[in-house]
Design a binder for this molecule. Structure first.
Ligand code: NAD
Length: 716
């Protein structure tokens, strides 16, 4: 084939099979935008018209990435300018091209290795067959709902026709990705091939890969007419017209239960599927999918979600180059956090030395890791042999000397300053001179922990959030003495674990816990005032707290999850910030005075024990109670967080307001559809109005609400 393509390489085999390698120029990932799509349209048209071409095999020349979907930077620009003509044209080109592929008399086959998401999946859905590599990065998904939109290149129409309505609705409304074995089971792909990626990424070299060999043989034996979209029998039955509307109604109910009506996209996706299944793919895509997509793109929710997504990319980009690739890591402490961190490290291919003080603790930790990793076997994400390899990568030990050769140690021992300092001293005496000490402390400053260190430049904070597998944020704490190398290694490790490494300056509570403490402390004060546990958490959930995790949660339920002893530790350590971190210590002490701390909630209900303790406390304190509106509760929970965030910016804990928004969304579940804490505050009120509201709260409830003097100036 002749053609001067920037983003594709082409080669025709002897029998006329056209190999097309996607390799977006000057980007690390393949994306679909006006340029790449119009080139692909040219290739499809040529293949269709040329008598020499017998079929097309599409593959990627980038390792680990097939296609990441639409170019989000362009979408973001369109949203910022409120101009969507280019997007509309892109959608039209995609529909025209994908329809041409689907109707082609020549077979189109995709050999998918690596990430295949959004528009990338829609592209391969228009092929007649898909062969997947079992490469660790291969996955399929339509994550558009996470950006507040629905698939716009025919995905809402082709996916249900291929794998059935229930499975496709699950993918579209949750953004969940499928791994190769799951995709094969659902009929999204026709085969999975174990293949080793070639190191030279040219069409000539890549042809030798098993994946491409299998895909070529498959394409040669395929007739486009024979390759029909046929969901599996169970999915077919559930996709039949009468049942389909019941399924859609059921999924709608599930969505509303999970994210209420905060997010319009999943409900739009369900409607597009339900209505579209009655017509032809192209007709439904144009008449149902496209107007919905454009409406959602122009709305505030999608604008916020796309901004937060790009903020995440920026956080990862800022990490820069990592000086050395580490493969061996030590973890000190095999408790709640240490065991989870060790599991994550082993999952990502690190070998781990896991140290604790007793065999029993280590055995429990290994059991916990095995149990949580085994969930991936049950879900067909990994094979039982993968699980065995992961577990073999972790060596439990009681001896610090076994960690003497590791280049980086993550400290997750009990939250006691003397224990942490002792562990650091032991590390310094045994580790190699350039090994790095990364602490997971949540309530001490890095300066506290390293106060007696001989080589403080090796110390850095690596603050994971609980549960480690789920929480994507990691605060990388930098003190003035932390070396650039220690910082880079910590960032690199977090990034390789698939986390967002946000660099924050050392200080009490760092960024997230410092702001969170104001919210949690105020909730406890409300309990002490006699406001019901249910009502406090309801006000926060009505606002959308933690809705994105699929489990909306108020501050008191969050306190139960963190554990009151840990939370009290954090609140106490933040007392250095002055009168604004006030809590009701006497009440909390009553909650933790027994053998096991009393929780606010028990089996989904207010814990009667907690209610009784509050009653006793209030009687002893003769605490007055007054009527308080939901609006006031809402202000008391959220405005102090805004105040603290502005103080953090002033203290240069981070440099930019978007970093605060990103951190709170990914660290504590501030609702993403609101764009983050400061973005929300800016939309709701002017800086003067927030200052006045805090002053009014301060007059009624005390000094803790006194606004930061710089808050009214704005600029945040
Ligand atoms: P944990 O009590 O569950 O585990 C601590 C472990 O450290 C215990 O198994 C203990 O036996 C072990 N240990 C004590 N001294 C040791 C020593 N000298 N050498 C090796 N091991 C030793 O505590 P956790 O909740 O896992 O917290 C660990 C760290 O993580 C703390 O610094 C905490 O602030 C931080 N953190 C906790 C959370 C959370 O939600 N729990 C979240 C983020 C950070």
């Amino acid at each position: 084939m002749r053609g001067d393509f920037k983003h594709f390489q082409t080669m025709t085999l002897d029998d006329g099979l056209l190999l097309v390698g996607f390799d977006y120029l000057a980007k690390s990932v393949n994306v679909l935008n006006a340029e790449s799509l119009s080139e692909w349209e040219g290739i499809v048209r040529f293949a269709q018209e040329s008598p020499m071409v017998t079929g097309v095999l599409l593959l990627s020349l980038k390792e680990g990435i097939f296609c990441a979907g639409a170019d989000l930077e362009r979408l973001h620009e369109a949203q910022q300018q409120g101009a969507f003509q280019e997007v509309e044209q892109l959608v039209d080109t995609a529909h025209r091209t994908f329809d041409m592929m689907e109707r082609s008399s020549k077979p189109f086959v995709a050999a998918v290795e690596g990430v295949c998401l959004g528009g990338g999946l829609e592209l391969v859905l228009a092929c007649h067959s898909r062969i997947a590599s079992s490469h660790a990065k291969t996955c399929f998904g339509l994550p558009e709902v996470k950006l507040g939109i629905i698939p716009g290149f025919g995905g809402t129409q082709r996916l249900p026709r291929l794998i059935g309505v229930p499975a496709s609705l699950e993918m579209m409304t949750t953004g969940k990705t499928l791994f190769p074995r799951q995709a094969l089971k659902l009929g999204l792909t026709d085969a999975t091939v174990t293949s080793i990626p070639s190191s030279i990424r040219t069409l000539q070299e890549i042809q030798k890969e098993t994946l491409i060999q299998v895909a070529i043989a498959h394409a040669r034996g395929l007739s486009s007419r024979a390759a029909r979209h046929r969901p599996r029998p169970s999915q077919r039955w559930l996709s039949a017209p009468g049942i389909r509307s019941l399924v859609c109604r059921y999924v709608k109910g599930q969505v509303v239960k999970r994210v209420r009506h905060f997010y319009p996209a999943p409900l739009n996706a369900i409607e597009a599927v339900e209505m579209g299944m009655r017509s032809d793919v192209l007709e439904a895509s144009l008449a149902i999918e496209k107007p919905r997509l454009l409406d959602l793109l122009a709305g505030p929710v999608s604008r916020h979600l796309v901004s937060l997504f790009l903020a995440g990319e920026e956080v990862k980009r800022r990490v820069g180059a990592v000086p050395e690739a580490i493969t061996h890591v030590g973890v000190l402490g095999a408790g709640l956090m240490g065991s989870q961190i060790a599991g994550q490290l082993a999952e990502k291919g690190y070998t781990v030395m896991l140290r604790d003080v007793a065999q029993g603790i280590l055995a429990t930790a290994m059991g916990r890791i095995q149990h949580s990793q085994a969930a991936q076997v049950r879900k067909r994400i990994i094979l039982p042999s993968d699980l065995r390899y992961r577990m073999m990568r972790i060596t439990p030990t009681m001896h610090t000397k076994d960690l003497s050769t590791v280049p980086l140690v993550i400290e997750a021992v009990s939250e006691k300053l003397d224990v942490k300092r002792a562990v650091l001293a032991e590390f310094e005496s045994q580790a190699s001179p350039d090994a790095i000490f990364a602490t997971n402390t949540s309530s001490y400053t890095l300066a506290d922990i390293a106060a007696r260190a001989t080589h403080p430049q090796r110390c850095v904070g690596l603050h994971f959030f609980n549960p480690v597998a789920k929480m994507q944020l990691v605060e990388i704490v930098r003190a003035p003495f932390t070396s650039d190398r220690a910082l880079a290694q910590a960032c690199g490790l977090a990034k390789r674990l698939g986390k967002f490494p946000l660099v924050v300056r050392d200080g009490p509570g760092f960024l997230v816990n410092r702001i969170l403490a104001r919210y949690l402390a105020e909730a406890v004060i409300m309990v002490a005032e006699g406001v019901s546990i249910r009502r406090i958490d309801r006000v926060a959930k009505d606002f959308g707290m933690a809705v994105d995790s699929g489990r909306p949660m108020g501050p008191l339920e969050l306190l139960d999850l963190v554990g009151l002893p840990v939370a009290m530790h954090v609140l106490t350590s933040l007392a250095v910030l002055g009168s604004r971190i006030e809590s009701r210590d006497a009440l909390l002490r009553m909650f933790v005075s027994g053998k096991k701390p009393v929780t606010f909630w028990s089996s989904g209900k207010e814990n009667p024990q907690a209610v009784e303790l509050v009653r006793q406390y209030r009687r002893a304190q003769s605490a007055p109670s007054g009527a308080v509106s939901d609006d006031l509760l809402h202000q008391r929970l959220f405005l102090p967080m805004v105040d603290e965030a502005v103080r953090c910016l002033n203290d240069k804990i981070v440099d930019h307001p978007w970093q605060v928004d990103f951190a709170l969304t990914y660290g504590i579940g501030f609702p993403a559809f609101r764009g983050g804490l400061l973005a929300w505050a800016r939309q709701e009120m002017t800086p003067e109005q927030i200052t006045q509201a805090l002053e009014a709260l301060s007059d009624t409830y005390g000094k803790r609400f006194e606004p930061y003097p710089g808050l009214s100036r704005g600029g945040w």
